[in-house]
Design a protein around this ligand. Structure first.
Ligand SMILES: [Ca+2]
Length: 321
């Protein structure tokens, strides 16, 4: 049986790979892509999502809804220093390509209400759209089957600051409200999970490049800017938290251990804005999420290799590929 899902994304680098998971895995039934302010400029994120649809051979088949252009109460913070334009300079002619006129938050609320208890959401950017959907429709939380969130660190290092991971840092108020809402939540954290189990070093990257498909070239280009940044900060390879989050939903056998935690997000700290407090059951707090702690790392890599091996036919030529 396929898994119906929506991917809520700030599309740059590994977000593109996560979209490929939703677009290419035959077990995935991707119903919509919803966009949220995050990694890079909003229009660039939309371009990156359209590029990804095209390279997957799915242009025009999955609706793209534009969502919140900024966090709930704070100014937008970009990660362009990390991701560049988020697609390694790739581009294509977008003449005649349209996105949906319906706002992403309305689409999330509507689609969840039309399919109560069936639709899962993979949220791999700041949680602004999800928090807005919660505010808009009290039934949203119960209508969503499962929410898979990439964000925070599990008592580990941040990335944008020592304390905080980017998605929660950018919109901590949204993240806090999402964890308080009562979703069936699974979290894929940055540290230690991503840093220890979802980094592709040179040997793996060479293997992907050698596949020689449009998808593998796309992967290499899209991950190139971030790879350079990662190496500068001491990470020996490309990081794949977003694609891992999508894979964890669609291929649950890749998750070896997910543990109940109480997750809350710091909104008031002087040095800890967006810090995820993940409490492991000894502080008198009731669990509100499952946090992924161990994956089949080799299995995850081989899974992406199998998807990137597919021979897709992009409808439009991609400049730079
Ligand atoms: Ca993301």
């Amino acid at each position: 049986m396929t898994t119906p899902l929506i991917i809520d994304t700030d599309t740059a680098q590994d977000d593109c790979v996560a979209l490929l998971v939703g677009l290419l895995d035959p077990e995935a039934d991707l119903r919509a892509i919803t966009m949220v302010a995050g990694n890079v400029g909003f229009e660039q994120q939309v371009r990156n999502a359209l590029l990804t649809l095209n390279v997957a051979g799915r242009l025009g088949e999955v609706p793209v809804h534009l969502g919140c252009r900024r966090p709930l109460v704070r100014e937008w913070v970009s990660a362009e220093n990390v991701h560049g334009d988020g697609s390694g300079g790739l581009d294509m002619d977008r003449e005649g390509l349209a996105v949906e006129s319906e706002h992403a938050v309305d689409a999330l609320v509507r689609m969840a209400a039309e399919n109560p208890g069936e639709l899962s959401i993979v949220a791999i950017g700041p949680l602004t759209n999800i928090a807005m959907a919660l505010a808009k429709d009290p039934a949203f939380v119960d209508n969503v089957k499962a929410l898979y969130v990439m964000g925070g660190s599990n008592n580990g290092r941040g990335n944008i600051t020592a304390a905080a991971e980017f998605n929660f840092y950018v919109d901590p108020e949204a993240a806090k409200s999402v964890f308080a809402a009562g979703f069936d939540v699974t979290v894929v954290p940055w540290d230690p999970l991503t840093l220890r189990q979802a980094v592709f070093g040179q040997e793996r990257l060479d293997r992907i490049a050698a596949l020689g498909t449009p998808l593998s070239s796309f992967f290499t280009r899209v991950c190139s800017a971030t790879l350079e940044f990662d190496r500068k900060v001491g990470i020996d390879g490309t990081t794949h938290p977003d694609s891992l989050t999508a894979a964890a939903l669609i291929r649950p056998e890749l998750v070896r251990r997910a543990t109940p935690y109480h997750v809350d997000v710091e909104t008031a700290g002087e040095l800890t804005r967006g810090y995820s407090a993940m409490s492991w059951g000894v502080h008198g707090l009731e669990a509100n999420a499952r946090v992924v702690e161990e994956i089949d790392s080799e299995g995850f890599f081989e899974y992406l290799v199998s998807l990137l091996s597919l021979r897709t036919v992009p409808a439009r030529e991609i400049g730079g590929l």
